[in-house]
Design a protein around this ligand. Sequence first.
Ligand code: ADP
Ligand code: MG
Length: 396
Amino acid sequence: MEGIRLLLVDDEEEFRGTIAKRLTLRGISPEQAASGEECLSVLEKMPMDVVVLDVKMPGMSGIEALHHIKEKYPKTEVILLTGHATTLDGVEGIKAGAFDYLSKPIELDHLIGKIKHAYDKIRREEEKLKEAEFREKMEQQMIATERLASLGTLAAGVAHEINNPLAIIKESAGWMKLILKKDECAEIPRKQDFDMALNKIEKGVERAKRITLQLLGFARKDDSVLAELNLKELADEAIRLVTREAANKDIEIVQEMDIPGNTIWSDPYQLRQVLINLLTNAIHATGSGGNITIKLEVIGEEVALSVQDTGQGIPKENLERIFEPFFSTKSPGEGTGLGLFVTRGIVEKLGGKIEVESRLGHGTSFCIKLPKYLEVKEGLAGRDHTDILNKIIKMG
Ligand SMILES: Nc1ncnc2c1ncn2[C@@H]1O[C@H](COP(=O)(O)OP(=O)(O)O)[C@@H](O)[C@H]1O
Ligand SMILES: [Mg+2]
């Protein structure tokens, strides 16, 4: 009963003092009050777990005090001390919410036993409450995850549908530009304005296309393709695609990938997108002359692939938000805020996880951990290929 907060209320000073002393010897040191009124004023200052309360007191009776306690501090348990053979008070007390009652003269062990029971009840209820809170939190998390998953499916669908009209707009704008260049249009008024407007349309389409491309990275599960892939080769390929952007800023990309066991079973297309997203972000964040290191480690049945930069770092308050869809610190022409959202979606879909470490002004490191052999779960490899792939994986 360590840490129990106990209040002993009795108008007979001698009785109260003796009980308090004997309880203290047994490891429970109670607060004391000499009346119902004092009991309530103590409770106002200090919350109590258990109140041992005499029923017969001048002024406010124990039963009255009990009513007040139960109304104001419903979690506090009350043990009543009734006069000799007056069980009627005890019964009335239980009805009013007392935990139990004891008749005077009381036996110390008996009293300690009842205090212990009351305290156990409080702790059980606290645990129940904590468990309920925990369960609610987990449920909310599940709902959030599910919502994200369905958002992904929806987003990929919308992106797909929007790509066609976007292509039409782009083509038509290009066609109009061509016509404007022809001799027959040489003299039309405000030709330059038309040209500028068409350029704006083309730029807008480019931006919308970038968004739909990112969203499509969120493609449905059964679009995944599993293959044996060499991570070094995958990194080479991804680096090649961003190399011009890096060279423009005089950024060197260093590879530390040449280790045995750099082959895994996973989805090459989606992993390539992950690497491109991480590399592009690193290039954006790094000043000219900086470095980006892409490194591979094998840890048991897992591979850890990290992209580390010497860039500006991420402020603490942003660290929790960078994986949210549409969170971006870049200008609308430069960022969509979907890169990391999609990246995390892919990594988790492939059975892995992504971690970030950052020091403001020094740099950032994103690390993805992936299983070497992705289990073929239902739907992941595509309905038609699951069986074949399962066989191949078993053979490997
Ligand atoms: N390597 C990095 N260094 C610093 N900040 C980063 C890095 N990678 C991502 N961020 C931050 O996270 C934000 C979200 O990234 P992302 O989802 O890829 O969207 P976007 O790149 O389109 O802004 C970025 O706008 C940037 O603020
Ligand atoms: Mg990005």
